[in-house]
Design a protein around this ligand. Structure first.
Ligand SMILES: [Zn+2]
Length: 68
């Protein structure tokens, strides 16, 4: 499972900034909000949500989970 924060993304549920994580697992793609547990499927969706990215904040944190 890959989890990656989407810099500049705003949660459509709670409005939190930089709390959206893009998750990829088993061919399925979705995004989650770590603040309110919102989850949204991103099947065949663009890599970034429909929110504008903040300029100068294009770096993303890559989570590398340990052993399962
Ligand atoms: Zn949220």
């Amino acid at each position: 499972m890959k989890r990656r924060f989407i810099a500049g993304a705003v949660c459509p549920e709670c409005g939190a900034l930089d709390k959206i994580v893009r998750v990829e697992h088993g061919g399925t793609l979705w995004m989650e909000c770590v603040a309110c547990d919102m989850r949204k499927d991103l099947d065949a969706a663009p890599e970034t949500p429909a929110t504008q990215a903040a300029p100068g904040e294009s770096k993303a944190v890559v989570w590398k989970p340990g052993k399962p």
